[in-house]
Design a protein around this ligand. Structure first.
Ligand code: G6P
Length: 614
């Protein structure tokens, strides 16, 4: 949550900052701001409530010169999302400007201390306390800005990624991180700083990911130094990031979300490339091979995740239990981390996270690690905090996901979990050649099957028109389709603001059935699985109470087709792979409902893509 950008070098900072904020807007978008130093002694700070566009409009007649600058797009934690609380925050002396992603938990104590010393605050944020604290320490003695930042951060409890500039010393940016991500990019024309690599990749592919409690000083001459809070040097090898700019653009689609939905055939092919080897009848997941003994000896797996990734985890549980007969628990990371859970040495805790930065998931694995668990990460963002904290892991490799509502990352996570389960089953001697060949064929046919479903886009758009202005939806599924129902409901509510509940179809009669009437659309995943007949009965129960049924069925179905008001046919696949194919129409439905309502699909209200606060 919240995106930070910084630039220092030969070029102008403002275009880099604005471009970067646009790339990072998925992290938060309730206000934005920039700070530049055009010359020593002058600090220009511009802020606006709302999206980055509002900021751009508001600076049209302002001085945006400067070779050094920092910028921020906010997802409010402390203080309302207005202009006063927007970052950058300036110290009372007017000398320092600071942007921050994270939460200063002891800001109240620090604020009281600073107020006693005469500091006056103009916002209600925790961030302003931090910039005043640095300013106070900086002004109190003969020390560098780096030293003042180090001392200030020692007093801070909480999470931070920060960047600070000094009006009277425009040749540097000081940055630091703890629990919130920060990446430095090194290019010919200067040094870049951002919450993730997406604002940086168009300038350079050489990056360094800061570690916790490290402070970086980026200089105008292109040199930099990274130290810890006690000023000891920290060594980092520059890493190469491989993100292609096309992946960061909409490519002719009106929104990133619909582009990402349509990207799925290609993304899943990328995700399986080099792993699903038909010629050799093998699924190669390197982390499974490298950690074979630990994984095979695990008494149980615990999957920790949040949001959509938690839904993928529910599918992962069924896959691992089905294929490997290893017990799997799936936990909301936010509950798990505070619940004193029983974790034994030899347990495998698997963190599923698109961003690899979700604060609760990160904290959950850190806690599990302390208790002796082996941590396996399933992330999309390469080099992310969870990926780096894990003992082993598999990237999903679906490319950057920009739309706040997760689509391709979800199907990518499920695909990776399928490959992990199958690779493990093979190592355990639980997958014979015939079964392996079947799974491989089905996996490799997923991209084509998704394309078949995408061809129903216009039809789904028509259905979406009919349902655009209803107030409630129910989604039902059983077995592997139950998490799909949860995910379908989540997609709809997060982008269209329509209340939607996902339920196991048979549980409906224990409560939700009371809601069914002719105003209630019910989406049922009713594909040809071993539970098909049971689901037919559930559909009958809805029908006889007047509910409007939108069914996702297997191609060629006739029974449900006669009962449902609308049917979307999906190609047949193995039951365990249906979540991938059956999710597509639900993604399209949610998208078209929200788009019909004219909503900001990629940036739904109150949400952020990367939730780096707990
Ligand atoms: C936010 C996003 C969701 C995502 C969840 C977990 O709520 O809006 O799309 O599923 O965080 O994020 P992660 O990056 O850990 O998968």
């Amino acid at each position: 949550m919240c995106g930070i950008v910084g630039y220092i070098g030969k070029g102008q900072a403002y275009p880099v900052l604005i471009n970067g904020l646009n790339r990072l807007e998925y992290r938060g978008y309730d206000s934005a701001g920039v700070a530049m130093i055009p010359e020593k002694g002058t600090l220009n700070i511009y802020k606006a409530a709302g999206k980055v566009k509002q900021l751009e409009d508001s600076v049209k007649n302002c001085n945006i010169e400067g070779h050094v600058g920092i910028a921020h797009t906010r997802w409010a934690t402390h203080g309302a999302p207005n202009k006063e609380n927007a970052h950058p925050h300036c110290s009372m002396s007017g000398r320092l400007a600071l942007v921050h992603n994270g939460i200063i938990e002891n800001y109240g104590v620090l604020k009281d201390k600073l107020t006693e010393k005469g500091y006056v605050f103009s916002s209600t944020t925790d961030t302003e306390v931090l910039v005043q604290l640095i300013d106070y320490i900086y002004g109190a003695g003969d020390m560098s800005l780096v030293a003042a930042v180090q001392l200030a951060l020692k007093e801070v409890i909480g999470a931070y990624a920060i960047a600070v500039i000094d009006r009277d010393n425009p040749d540097m940016i000081v940055a630091a991180r703890k629990s919130s991500p920060l990446v430095i990019g090194m290019a010919e024309d200067g040094l870049y700083l951002a919450s993730d690599a997406t604002p940086i990749v168009e300038y350079t592919n050489k990056v360094i990911y800061l570690d916790d409690e490290e402070v970086a000083c980026l200089n105008m001459d292109g040199t930099y130094r990274i130290v810890d809070l006690d000023n000891a040097d920290c060594c980092h090898e520059a890493q190469t990031v491989a993100v292609n700019i096309g992946q960061l653009q909409k490519g002719g689609f009106p929104h990133f979300m619909i582009k990402e939905i349509f990207d799925q055939p290609e993304c899943l092919a990328d995700c399986m490339r080099g792993r699903v080897l038909k010629d050799m009848n093998k699924i190669v997941v390197s982390a499974v091979i490298e950690n074979r003994d630990v994984l095979l000896n695990a008494r149980r797996f615990i999957i920790v995740a949040c949001g959509t990734s938690w839904h993928a985890g529910l599918i992962g549980k069924q896959l691992i239990e089905d294929f490997c007969r290893i017990p799997v628990e799936v936990e909301y990371a936010s509950e798990f981390r505070y619940r004193n859970p029983v974790i034994n040495e030899g347990d495998v805790v698997m963190a599923v996270s698109q961003s690899g930065e979700t604060a609760d998931t990160l904290a959950a694995i850190e806690m599990a690690k302390e208790k002796g668990a082996f941590i396996y990460g399933v992330c999309n963002v390469v080099g992310s905090s969870i990926a780096r904290a894990a003992d082993a892991g598999s990237y999903i490799h679906v490319g950057p996901e920009i739309g706040v509502a997760s689509t391709k990352a979800f199907t990518g996570q499920v695909t990776v979990l399928t490959m992990i389960a199958m690779a493990l089953a093979k190592e355990m001697g639980r997958a014979d050649d015939g079964f392996m060949a079947k799974v491989i064929d089905e996996l490799l046919s997923l991209p084509e099957k998704i394309k078949e479903v995408l061809a129903f886009d216009e039809y789904i758009k028509d259905i979406a028109r009919i349902f655009t202005y209803v107030h409630n939806f129910i989604y039902l599924g059983r077995g592997y389709a139950f998490p799909v129902a949860l995910e379908g409901a989540l997609k709809l509510k997060e982008i269209s603001y329509i209340h939607a509940e996902g339920y196991p179809a048979a549980e409906m009669k224990h409560g939700p059935i009371a809601l069914i009437d002719s105003n209630m659309p019910v989406v049922v995943i009713a594909t040809k699985t071993h539970l098909y007949d049971k689901v037919v009965s559930n559909v009958q129960e809805i029908k006889s109470r007047g509910g409007r049924i939108l069914a996702v069925v297997t191609k060629g179905d006739t029974v449900i087709k006669n009962m449902a008001d609308f049917c979307i046919e999906i190609p047949e696949t193995m039951e365990c792979m249906e979540p991938v194919v059956a999710s597509i129409p639900l993604q399209l439905l949610a998208y078209h409902v929200a788009a019909n309502k004219g909503l900001d699909v990629d940036r739904p209200r109150n949400l952020a893509k990367s939730v780096t606060v707990e």
